[in-house]
Design a protein around this ligand. Structure first.
Ligand code: ADP
Ligand code: MG
Length: 263
């Protein structure tokens, strides 16, 4: 009986746990302490298992939050994954190669991925899926179309902030450069692209998509020497995938039977 009285009431303990957990920024524990304890009691968990579960959940919640925030700030146009990619539609593309890339060895090796092919074959989808996988694994990511990149860098340059802006594209472990070659680049713009590629060389991965063959890059940049210098760094450590199948955007058009001829 005296023992019972000496014990602080449960509500007080719960309050103290909440306050301490908040101070330690363990927000999940702060919110869920009593529920966690009740579950542990129901499952008759040992002390170690209980501690393990509390920490596991805290890390899980925090990871989930980090992942969602990182995705929001990544500039990705959508968050499609490889599970949503229909490999049967693109029979020339070996699923093995894509799944190997999604294991992210290329990110750890700081090497690059080039996805080449005509419009609609899934280049951006795969680039996004690789970036999402990298983000999930804890790597920093950033997505930009090349046209936006050069516009941003040009604007920054006129404000004397080029070096700072360039950092946005140098910092992430994975930089997706979408749509290289859709529009031609001026010499100054090509030079900015060169600086970016040269400074990321062997420091961070680039995943690029392009509708142009590498042999056409001279025409994109209007300067063969500059194009060669960019490609030299880009391709030294690079997984090149050419997707030469049908456009997924036009898929349903092929399925629709042709209109009957006019009478
Ligand atoms: P690209 O960048 O090569 O022009 P996208 O990756 O933007 O093409 O693909 C166009 C659209 O078709 C996107 O909505 C994409 O998710 C979808 N898509 C392309 N290929 C496939 C595929 N094999 N399976 C499922 N969806 C696909
Ligand atoms: Mg695309």
């Amino acid at each position: 009986m005296t023992d019972q009285l000496a014990k602080p009431p449960e509500g007080l303990v719960a309050d103290r746990i909440r306050r301490h957990a908040e101070r330690l920024l363990l927000h999940h524990l702060a919110d869920e302490a009593t529920a966690l304890a009740a579950r542990a009691e129901a499952a008759q968990l040992g002390y170690l298992d209980f501690l393990d579960q509390v920490l596991e959940e805290e890390v899980g919640v925090r990871e989930g939050r980090r992942f969602r925030n990182a995705l929001k700030l990544s500039g990705l146009p959508h968050h499609k994954t490889l599970d949503e990619f229909d490999f049967a539609f693109q029979p020339d593309l070996a699923p093995r190669r894509i799944r190997d890339l999604a294991a992210l060895g290329f990110v750890r090796a700081r090497s690059n991925v080039a996805l080449l092919g005509p419009p609609g074959v899934g280049k951006t989808h795969i680039a996004v899926a690789l970036a999402v996988a990298a983000c999930q694994a804890g790597f920093s990511i950033y997505f930009t179309a090349v046209d936006d990149l050069v516009r941003q860098l040009r604007e920054a340059e006129t404000l004397g902030r080029f070096a700072t802006k360039l950092q946005t594209y140098l910092k992430p472990a994975v930089l997706v450069l979408d749509e290289v070659g859709y529009l031609p680049l001026s010499r100054a713009e090509a030079n900015m692209l060169f600086q970016l590629v040269a400074r990321r060389y062997e420091r961070g991965s680039i995943v690029l998509t392009s509708n142009k063959a590498f042999s056409e890059w001279g025409a994109i940049t209007g300067d063969e020497v500059l194009a060669t210098a960019i490609l030299d760094r880009l391709l030294h450590h690079c997984n090149v995938l050419s997707i030469n199948g049908p456009s997924y955007r036009l898929k349903d058009r092929f399925l629709t039977p042709p209109e009957p001829p006019m009478p």
